[in-house]
Ligand binder design. Structure first.
Ligand SMILES: CC(C)(COP(=O)(O)OP(=O)(O)OC[C@H]1O[C@@H](n2cnc3c(N)ncnc32)[C@H](O)[C@@H]1OP(=O)(O)O)[C@@H](O)C(=O)NCCC(=O)NCCS
Length: 346
């Protein structure tokens, strides 16, 4: 005959089961941060944007059962990483839509199913009485924890929905370096060091000649790069050709520009071309990166390079002169130099 568990043991078991649930959600969140630098709410939104194509922020909020303010905060972060972009309606300029960018789409290709997706699928397969029993027990637990009146959305995440990847990965307390010390943790691709650049600077991802942000164009970008690349600058004609090749070229579709803009002025830019190759030759070539002289040394260069590497589909190569101090930056981001580039110039 089965003996009944003592009351204390049952209470302990309840706590153990709760702990297992919390741990499972926690581990799943942290794993996503490690592998994709995305939080669970960010993935939920990206999935919606990808499956529905272009949609307004309020529709996005409706489809994810999140508030407009929460959605706006999450979209801001996704946009800053060039995974999505906001676009104005051609017919009604007041209306803003959000759409996925190639970097976002390629990231989603490698995304494992979310915990809540596999959980919901298994939950759906249960008999109705069992579903009702689970709902009633969980409601009772929330009630016992005084959490029954809390506002919540149907997203399994252990952190605030608008928390940043850094908040979660670093437990909300990223270690700070003191004073002006230049010592840094070893290069960890995907994690920015201290960024001190103006928070008003916005990063735009440009995928076509007509995709420049309002007030900026090809000519302004060429001028900026020609000036800011000094003393390693190319002539404006070659810079313009390099940008055009990033947009299109034999087998090269898929390149992009990143433009850092501050109140209508370009303060940083990066051009990424597709090489059309794979394997021995990386798929992408980081052709130009430059930051305006008055904005240097504040982490903007690193931000541009990290975002570009992350957004590009495949490996990235670049060419840098041996004496260019930018080499240190590239090495810190994670670039290594295995081969010497040699040329036969005719
Ligand atoms: C390289 C460049 C884009 C870096 O931008 P940034 O915003 O200053 O970079 P960050 O603040 O993220 O990082 C600073 C690091 O960049 C590197 N760096 C490269 N050139 C630099 C420069 N002229 N001044 C300051 N730092 C420079 C250094 O490693 C520096 O780190 P350190 O101060 O610890 O030595 C910017 O210096 C620039 O536009 N240089 C001229 C154009 C150029 O050489 N582009 C690269 C062509 S391959």
């Amino acid at each position: 005959m089965k003996t009944q568990k003592p009351k204390q043991e049952i209470l302990d078991d309840v706590l153990v089961e709760l702990r297992r649930i919390v741990r499972s959600i926690d581990l799943h969140s942290k794993k996503l941060i490690q592998t994709h630098r995305l939080t669970i709410p960010q993935v939920v939104l990206l999935r919606q944007i990808q499956s529905r194509g272009r949609l307004s922020l309020s529709d996005l909020a409706r489809h994810t059962s999140l508030s407009n303010a929460t959605v706006t905060g999450i979209v801001d972060r996704l946009e800053a990483r060039s995974l999505v972009r906001r676009v104005r309606s051609e017919t009604d300029r007041r209306q803003v839509f959000v759409e996925i960018l190639p970097g976002g789409a390629s990231l989603m290709k490698t995304m494992p199913p979310l915990l809540q997706e596999s959980f919901t699928r298994k939950l759906q397969d249960l008999e109705k009485w069992e579903q009702a029993q689970i709902l009633s027990s969980l409601g009772r637990i929330a009630n016992l924890m005084n959490a029954d009146t809390m506002d919540a959305s149907p997203i399994l995440a252990h952190h605030a929905l608008t928390a940043s990847e850094e908040d979660i990965a670093g437990g909300g307390n990223p270690s700070k370096t003191t004073g002006e010390s230049k010592s840094e943790a070893p290069a960890s691709p995907g994690r920015s060091a201290q960024s001190k650049y103006d928070p008003e600077i916005r990063l735009h991802c440009v995928l076509s000649p007509d995709g420049f942000p309002p007030g900026l164009d090809m000519e302004k970008l060429v001028d900026f790069l020609h000036e800011s690349l000094k003393p390693y600058e190319d002539n404006p004609k070659d810079i313009a050709q390099g940008i055009r090749d990033a947009f299109s070229g034999a087998g090269r579709e898929g390149g992009f520009l990143l433009i850092a803009e501050h109140r209508g002025r370009i303060v940083g830019a990066l051009v990424m071309q597709k090489t059309g190759m794979k394997g021995y030759v990386p798929e992408n070539l980081l052709l130009f990166v430059a930051v305006a002289p008055d904005q240097r040394g504040k982490g903007l260069g690193r931000k541009l390079v990290e975002e570009a590497v992350h957004s590009a589909d495949g490996n990235v190569k670049l060419h840098v002169e041996y004496d260019n101090p930018a080499r240190r930056l590239y090495e810190r981001v994670g670039f290594t130099s295995k081969y010497a580039e040699m040329r036969y110039v005719k």
